[in-house]
Ligand binder design. Sequence first.
Ligand code: PRX
Length: 682
Amino acid sequence: TSDHLRHLDSMAALPSGAGNISHLNAVILGEALASEEHDLVFPSADFSRQAHVSSPEKYLEMYRRSIEDPAGFWSDIAAEFYWKEKWGKQVYSENLDVRKGSIKIEWFKGGTTNICYNALDRNIEAGNGGKVALYWEGNELGQDGSLSYSELLEKVCQLANYLKYIGVRKGDAIVIYLPMLMELPIAMLACARIGAVHSVVFAGFSAESLAQRIVDCKPKAVVTCNAVRRGSKVINLKDIVDAALVESAKNGVSVDVCLTYENQSAMNRETTKWQEGRDIWWQDAVPKHPTSCAVEWVDAEDPLFLLYTSGSTGKPKGVLHTTGGYMIYTATTFKYAFDFKPSDIYWCTADCGWITGHSYVTYGPLLNGASVVVFEGAPNYPDPGRCWDIVDKYKVTIFYTAPTLYVTRYSRKSLRVLGSVGEPINPSAWRWFFNVVGDSRCPISDTWWQTETGGFMITPLPGGWPQKPGSATFPFFGVQPVIVDEKGTEIEGECSGYLCVKSSWPGAFRTLYGDQERYETTYFKPFPGYYFSGDGCSRDNDGYHWLTGRVDDVINVSGHRIGTAEVESALVSHHQCAEAAVVGVEHEVKGQGIYAFVTLVEGVPYSEELRKSLVLSVRNQIGAFAAPDKIHWAPGLPKTRSGKIMRRILRKIASRQLDELGDTSTLADPSVVDQLIALSDC
Ligand code: PRX
C-alpha cells in the first residue's frame, strides 16, 4: 500500500505542485484539454462537478479508507443492498499466500441475500418498476423490444418457476447457450433467483467446446434457442447443441432437458430438429408458469455462476464466482467507473457469453437500476454505421466497448462517458476514440480486469483524475495492484514487470470449479503471497498503470481470450497435422491475430486445401472466432536440445521482426529458422 499511496499523494499534487481540484479546474478553464505536452487529458469542470468522484482528493480519501479499513468500507456499501440476514462478525477472511496453506477468500460469509432480488425487486420496490430495464435491438433494422423492471421480473419468475418445476434446485448447474436475446439475461437472473448456478457458454463456441463445458459442470438442463441471425448469416444453434449433447453423453453426462427458445426471426419450429422428451419449446412451457416466484435466499458465499475461460494449457478453466461479494463489487465498480446516474442510457457491446456481459450487461447495471441496451447483431451490419444508429436511437449516454470494435466516423451528441476493455488501447487509438467518438468531451474509462477478477481492477474514475491516453490509470477502491520482478519482489517507483494483486477484493473468483489445485498453481504459486494476473504492466513516474499484454500463452483476439494450447490441440487433432505452435501477432482490426506454425505428418504435401481444412478443424473444435489468421507451414520447429519449442523465435518470425531473432545457437537445429523464414509466404 504505502508505495501506492505515495504515488497517489504525489499525483494529487499534479499538475506541477498544485494541490487541489480548484486549481486543476482553473488550469483547464472548464474545457477538456488534451495536452500533448503533459500527455494529460483533464476532465472538464462541468463533468467533474457532477461526478460521484469529483477530484483526486476525493478519490484518495475513499481509496485510502478502502485499503485501511476494507471491512468498514465494503460493509457500508453492502448495507445499501437487501440482505435477508446480515453477514457474520467477520466481513471478510482471506489467505492469498500458498505458503500459509490453502487459498481462501470469503466476503460477507453468513449473510443471506439474492442478487436477482437486489437487481429487480429492490428497484421495483423503490418505485422504478415502470423504468425500462432492457432495450433490445435485433440483428435486423427495425427489430426491437423492451422490458420494464416489472416486466423483466415477471419473465424471470416464469422461467424460475419452470426450472423449479423440472426439478432444478439450489446449487444445480444450468448451461445457457443463447445469443444476445433478452432471454439470455432473463435466464441468468432466473437461475440466480432460485440459487441455481448458471454457466453461460458464448454462442460462438463449437459443439466440441460446448460439450467439454457440459461434461465438466453436469447441468440439469441446457437453455438455448433454435437459431440466430448474425449479420447476413443464419446459425443453427440447436444443431450445435444436439451434437454437443451426443458428445457429452458419450462422456457419461446426459442432460434431460433442452429448453429451446423459438427465435422466429431466424428459423421456425417446423424446420428445427427435435428430440421428443428431451427438447421443450420455451414458448410452450414457460409462459404457463406464475409471474411471481419466491426468492431462494442464499449465503453470500454460495456460488452464483461458472464461466469457462482459457488458460495456458488446453483445458478451459471453470472460474467460479459467488454471490455476495460479486454483487457488491459489480454494482460499485459500475457506478463509479462510469459515473452512473439514473438518467443514463447504457450500452455495453459485449456478449453475455463473456465476463463483460455478466458483470456489465446484466448484474452491475441492473443492480444500479440502469436502462441497458442489449444488441443481438453485429456492429457492422447492415453497414459500419450501425453502432452509431443504435447510440442515436436510444440516446445512449454511456458506451462501453472494445477498442477493436469497428467504430467509424462521427461523434454522438448523447454520449457522456466512453468505456474500453479487453486489450491495451494504444495512445493514438485512445485519442481517436476521445476526439472523434467522444467529441473531446467524454472521459474514457479504460477498464483493466479479467474473468477472474469479477469486476474492474484498474480504471479511471471519470471526473476524478486527469487521464493519460493509453493508461488504465489507478486501482479501483480496495484493490492493491503490485508490480513484481521475476523473483516475485515488489518493485517500486517507475517500473515494469508482472502485474499482481495483494489482498482480496469482494469480486474475486473463489476457485476453479472442481480444481482448487489448478487455481492455486496458476494464480497463487507463481509469486507467493499474491494473485498473479498473467499480464505485464508498467507504472510511470506519476503512478499511472500501463498494461502491456499477457505474459503467458494466452492471446486476445477481438476481446476474446484464447489459449494458444487450445488452438494447437485443435490443429493436431487433424489427422495430417503432426505438430503445431501458435503465437499471437499484432492485428490491425482484431488487436491480436492467431498465427499457427504447423508441421505435417511425414509425406503429406502442404496445399491450399489442407490449409483450409486445418482452419476448419479449429472452427469445429473451438469456434469461428478462434480460426487462425495465418497458417505457416513448418517442416521443422525451432526447439531447444531438450525439445522445448522456442516461441520467442516464432513470435519474431510471425511478426517479421527478423533482425530481432536473438540467439539461435542453442537450438537443436538452427537451420530450421532459415527454412521457416523462407517459407513465410507459402
Ligand atoms: O490481458 C488482459 C486483457 O484481457 C485479459 C482478460 O481477458 P478476459 O478474462 O476474457 O476478460 C476480458 C474482459 C475483462 C486480461 O488479462 N485486458 C482486459 N482489459 C484490458 C486488458 N488489457 C489491457 N487493457 C485493458 N483495459
